[in-house]
Design a protein around this ligand. Sequence first.
Ligand code: WQD
Length: 351
Amino acid sequence: MKKILVTGGCGYIGAHTILDLIENGFEPICVDNNSRSTPVLLEGIRKLTDKQVKNYKVDLCIFDDTHAIFQENPEIEGIIHFAAYKAVGESVKEPLLYFENNLISLINILKCVKEFEVPYFIFSSSCTVYGNPDQIPVTETTPTKPAESPYGSTKQMGEQIVSDVTKGAFTQSILLRYFNPVGAHPSSMIGEIPLGKPENLVPAITQTAIGKLPQLKVYGNDYPTRDGSCVRDYIHVCDIAHAHTLALQYLLDQKNNKRCEVFNLGTGNGVTVLEAIHAFEKVSRVKLNYVIAPRRPGDVVAVYADNALAKKELGWNPSFTLEDMMASAWKWELKLKDDEILHNNPNFQMN
Ligand code: WQD
């Protein structure tokens, strides 16, 4: 089985991707410093697949520790690089934390990719690279505008670094621009585990609904959109995960036309914050306690994907509906509430 290094593999998208890789015959190796995650999701993967994923607790900002993983696993055939901080609001407050963590870890990994001649590299990018786009939906050739947050800047810089390194090296790469990953695996064995108060909308919705948060704040209803709240392209995390497996196979089959290619991973549907809330209320039958609050600095007004390229080239077909996303997110939140493992985990104090 082909060994694939998954950085940030204990995280939300990383864990779902590890599961999809296993289900498609790959052997993932996880590396994660657990600064924003816990290995508990690997336990969920073991229960689903009976596979114990090899896991390195390493900070990729430390080159020697990163290098040691490659020395120990010279047969790594591909890398999927998720490891990064990703909260837009936090990055506005802590820009240097984001530049240091997200860029140094990437550079260290790429130094090892070059030294060990790893053939394939998939980079976890984001729709935030588009900034506030002039026209939507955005295609992969829509000009990127200045990022609205330091998080978005680290993704723009990260794409440039990967693209430039790929031009001069043995490795071929793909940049995957996620829109808003939400939901959880239908089994509820893995899902999102926010550390502390969630920054992102859907975990904030489910934690409000279950009573972990007193009230949801809707950050602004005075935007130039159909109901005044921001528009996003919510995409089920399992659809995102499977796109990584398809992208890897696309490279392994040498179907790529260029050494570094970009793909949008979104449903193509723009959904407002208020519409997302109403979809949640419909599937959960819970009336959500929310209030309109001031706009959040760094927020983009509206962005959603033209996903035709990923569908055509990768054979990707996102299948989960907004209701599926909300239902799986709610089922996972209910599971968290009842899950002894997490409650006993001293590293994770649920707020
Ligand atoms: C969505 C909307 C908020 C919380 C995320 C990830 C980023 C990237 C893109 C993958 C905004 C509103 C939120 C709340 C709210 N993903 N909101 N109340 O900012 O689009 O970015 O997706 O790479 O990593 O962070 O997602 O969920 O934070 O916000 O009203 O309590 O929900 O203002 O309009 P965002 P988000």
